[in-house]
Design a protein around this ligand. Structure first.
Ligand code: HEC
Length: 411
């Protein structure tokens, strides 16, 4: 991923949902220009997380943060300065990425009707091309290997591999039930011990953990979680409450939805993925729009492009980022079964991910009216007010205030 640190949080802003005139039932606004635009300054968060914010190193602030004071209460208007400071490596970022922007403007429009909320996000990407590529594989003359990666990875930093990573937009939203989410947002979900964060937990420690590891969720690293799922005061990664207690928190609405629009793994099939954060960062039940296009035993692709439909069986290294070339394999759209004898040449490239709208199922496939276009990116999406996890009635009390938090990633 592009941020070397995991919680690329931001936005620190709870948005009000705005009504808009003359909306037909169940349809997005015909004229987005009539909907007011909020511009939110997103900044690079480095590896500051829940525990750092409550540590005396967060000078003159940690006590207030413990009490639940909002981040914007002290930092509104400082986003650009904070982002520049962190991205420079002078604060909260031991491993800065040269040339990376410290902040960017996200233009947000929101409308709703009885059934849905409609979001439009617009921003300028840092690259001069859309980040539509992800987990690509290159043929080296003998075998297929993963190619490229995020700019934070060692291989890309050393120049051995190119920066190849999808642009992404993620939002987290709660219904007012998650303590402090309205005030402190996704900063609640990012912790010491997580992947790429300080004191990262070892694989073996996670695998042997009774809830997260092999006898539970079968994870080998720690991802986002909410403090309410931990039993100690500092919300340590390994002090997970019992599955029964976590289930009770979920049933009471105490989780945040996490939806991610992915320029490679979901946009080509008009979707965004649908997940949530509770004791871990998890997908909703069902099947998301993407899976692997790699047979892990043989390390060969499962599908190639259907040349009868798109003119080529693969692209090449030189084609990466060329908007006139196909860039994503869609099972029901442009895919043919991989043929090992198709005359592969060095520098042939195929996506390591397989997309399918037809195969996506259940709650994980809920966000299915999403459209992203690149002139910079510019994204419209629709989110159902109903969600699998939400108790059906009584939770949508507008008086309680919701938190909505946005995050961007790119190569
Ligand atoms: C009571 C006011 C206050 C609150 C509330 C507060 N901060 Fe701070 N924060 C500060 C001050 C003051 C500093 C500078 C500390 C220093 O000089 O070392 C700071 C520093 C930071 C920094 C490091 C960058 C820098 O300029 O030193 C980050 C990142 C940060 N805060 C994020 C947050 C987030 C996220 C929240 C909400 C969870 C938050 N802060 C809540 C006052 C506050």
């Amino acid at each position: 991923m592009m941020f070397s640190r995991h919680c690329a949080a931001l936005g620190l802003l709870a948005l009000c949902l705005l009504g808009w005139p003359g909306s037909p039932q169940g349809a997005p606004p015909a004229e987005w220009s009539q909907i007011p635009t909020h511009t939110v300054k997103l900044f690079y968060p480095g590896n500051g997380g829940y525990q750092w914010l409550r540590d005396p190193d967060h000078k003159r602030a940690y006590k207030q943060v413990l009490e639940g004071e909002s981040c914007t209460g002290c930092h509104e208007g400082e986003e650009q300065d904070i982002g520049d400071l962190i991205v420079s490596g002078k604060r909260l970022e031991p491993d800065p990425i040269p040339g990376k922007k410290g902040s960017l403007d996200l233009h947000v429009q929101v409308a709703y009707d009885a059934d849905n909320a409609y979001f439009r996000f617009q921003w300028d990407t840092q690259m001069d091309r859309p980040g539509q590529m992800h987990n690509y594989m290159r043929y080296d003359g003998e075998k297929w290997e993963f190619y490229g990666g995020p700019r934070s990875s060692g291989k890309v930093r050393s120049g051995e591999q190119p920066a190849v990573y999808e642009d992404r937009l993620a939002i987290m939203v709660d219904d007012g039930s998650v303590p402090m989410f309205k005030e402190q947002g996704c900063w609640l979900t990012c912790h010491t011990g997580m992947r790429d964060m300080p004191e990262e937990a070892s694989k073996s420690a996670v695998k042997s953990h009774p809830v997260l590891g092999e006898s539970g969720l079968e994870k080998s690293d720690v991802r986002k979680y909410l403090p309410s799922t931990r039993s100690d005061e500092t919300a340590s990664w390994d002090k997970v409450k019992s599955p029964q207690e976590v289930a009770r928190i979920k049933a009471a609405g105490g989780f945040v939805d996490l939806m991610q629009w992915r320029a490679h793994r979901s946009n080509p099939v008009g979707m965004a993925d649908d997940g949530y954060v509770l004791e871990y960062r998890l997908f909703d039940a069902g099947k998301s729009p993407f899976s692997w296009n790699v047979d892990r035993k043989t390390m060969t692709p499962k599908y190639m492009f259907d040349a009868a439909k798109v003119g080529v069986k693969s692209i090449t290294v030189a084609d990466i980022g060329d908007p006139s070339k196909p860039y994503a394999i869609i099972r029901e759209g442009n895919a043919a079964l991989y043929d090992p004898n198709a005359g592969w040449k060095a520098d042939d490239v195929l996506p390591g991910r397989l997309l399918s709208r037809a195969d996506a199922k259940g709650s994980a496939a809920d966000n299915n009216e999403v459209k992203g276009e690149c002139e910079g990116w510019h994204l419209d999406r629709r989110v159902d007010a109903q969600n699998e996890h939400r108790p059906p009635a009584g939770r949508q009390d507008p008086g309680r205030g919701r938190g909505l938090h946005v995050r961007l990633r790119g190569a």
